[in-house]
Each structure stands twice: as C-alpha cells, then as structure tokens.
Design a protein around this ligand. Structure first.
Ligand code: SF4
Ligand code: SF4
Length: 244
C-alpha cells in the first residue's frame, strides 16, 4: 500500500501531478496531501520516481492477495507470477504467429480497459468479461492472462466478489470466438460499454485469407463501429509456429 506520511508532508502538491489516476488528494483543513486508497492502483509511479522532495510517500507492505495483484498488474516493471510476463502480465496475443492461440476461423479479442488515465475497477472488468462470455466468447485461461486467476468460473467470466472494488491502472480482458459469432460479441460490447465507468479499446486478432482479406472489417462497418481502425500486421516470417 502506498501512503503519505502526515508528519513529513508539507502540502506542496508536487506529487499530485505525477499520480496516474488522480488518487492523491489535498486536504484543505490540514494543508496536506493523502492517498485515496480506493482509487490508488499501487502503480508505484510516485515511489519509483521519488517525486516527493520530503520523502513523505512510503510503501507499506502489501499483505493481501488482491493488493499484490493490483500492484503487479498496474506497475509496468513488475513480473506477473503466473504468466511470467511484465507489464499487465499478458503475452501479446496480437503476435499470433508466435503464440498460435487464434486458429483459422477464429477471431482473437483483446479488450484493453482503463487506458489512458482512467484506470479500471475489477467490477467493470467483470461486467465486460461476463457480457462477451454470455454470447459465446471463450475467455482466455490464466496461463495466458492474469485476470483469469480471479475468475470463479472461466465459462461465464465471474470474478471473486472480494476483488470487485480494487482499482487497476489497466487490464486486458482476453478471449476468442468463432468468426460467425463476432457480430454477437461486438453487440454485447456495444451494450455493456454504457454500463461501465471507464473506457476501453478493442483489439481484434484475425488471420487473413490467401488474398489478404478478412470479413471482420465488414462486420465493424455493419455495426457502425467508427473508423479509423488501426492495424498491425505480423507476417510470421520469424517464427511461423501457428499453421493450424
Ligand atoms: S510531494 Fe510530498 S510533501 Fe508535497 S504534497 Fe506530496 S507528499 Fe506532501
Ligand atoms: S501508487 Fe500510483 S496510483 Fe497510487 S498514489 Fe502513487 S502514482 Fe497514484
């Protein structure tokens, strides 16, 4: 847990500029700053960058599993214990030529929640995961993505109740579906986006046909999902592991 030592704080407010999610608040009565623990993501930016000239920002041992999870996902230099990957702990599903997770006839889905600058409560990540699982998306297991470690049932995307109010800098809800089911999944996302208190960007991982074509763009157009769509192409020359 990140705390401000009240005895050392002079109320200069320098630290506020560095907090990624506006979790450092100023108390007028005391003329000092404090950290809103509900909002802090334990990203440790304020600690790592030593932003306080008084050394008043202090780390307190993270003695609870969800706090540790929050820190590991929110701090880009931490390594996630299960996946062994730094950052948000998930290997790039987008590099499918290496990971081979998305087979022909499938679409990979990476819903990047909370960026930029808003953060995401796990209760909102659950809403999104449950919404797409309910229409047939297959959520990624915990070997691929840390969020799955908090799921009580991977089939429906439900998270443990106790984690709902933890705030992360960002988190990826990762899944895949059959090509034919993509429209239903996107419709579910269009519905649930109105029910959450954060933002997300959607990554779709597709394998183009021999002519370099995909029907996914037609599907986006049909649903009125606005352009521009930004793309990244992996040609698989380095490690074409996925031929299936
Ligand atoms: S930078 Fe340090 S002294 Fe200044 S308000 Fe923040 S915690 Fe207090
Ligand atoms: S740990 Fe991160 S979220 Fe928490 S107060 Fe510091 S900068 Fe803000």
């Amino acid at each position: 847990m990140t705390m401000i030592n009240n005895d050392l704080c002079t109320g200069c407010k320098i630290c506020q500029k560095y907090c990624t999610v506006d979790a450092i608040l100023y108390l007028n009565e005391e003329k000092k700053c404090y950290i809103d623990q509900e909002r802090c993501t334990e990203c440790y930016v304020c600690l790592r960058q030593k932003v306080c000239p008084q050394g008043a920002i202090e780390p307190i041992e993270l003695d609870n599993f969800y706090k540790q999870f929050q820190h590991v996902i929110s701090d880009p230099v931490e390594n996630h214990g299960v996946t062994g990957v730094t950052g948000r702990g998930t290997e790039e599903v987008k590099t499918n030529d290496v990971s081979g997770r998305i087979k022909k006839g499938e679409v990979g889905i990476a819903i990047d929640m909370g960026r930029p600058g808003m953060g995401v409560y796990l209760r909102d990540a659950e809403k999104v995961a449950m919404a797409i699982a309910a229409v047939g998306a297959e959520l990624a297991p915990q070997e691929h993505t840390p969020l799955a470690a908090l799921m009580t049932d991977l089939k429906i995307g439900k998270l443990e109740e106790a984690c709902h109010n933890y705030h992360l800098l960002s988190v990826i809800v990762e899944a895949k579906c059959e090509n034919e089911n993509l429209k239903q999944v996107l419709k579910a996302l269009q519905k649930v986006e109105k029910e959450i208190d954060t933002v997300f960007s959607l990554g779709l991982i597709v394998r183009v046909d021999e002519k370099g074509q995909t029907k996914v763009l037609d599907c986006l157009k049909e649903l009125g999902i606005s352009e521009p769509h930004r793309g990244k192409v992996n040609v698989g020359l380095g490690k074409p592991l996925s031929l299936a």
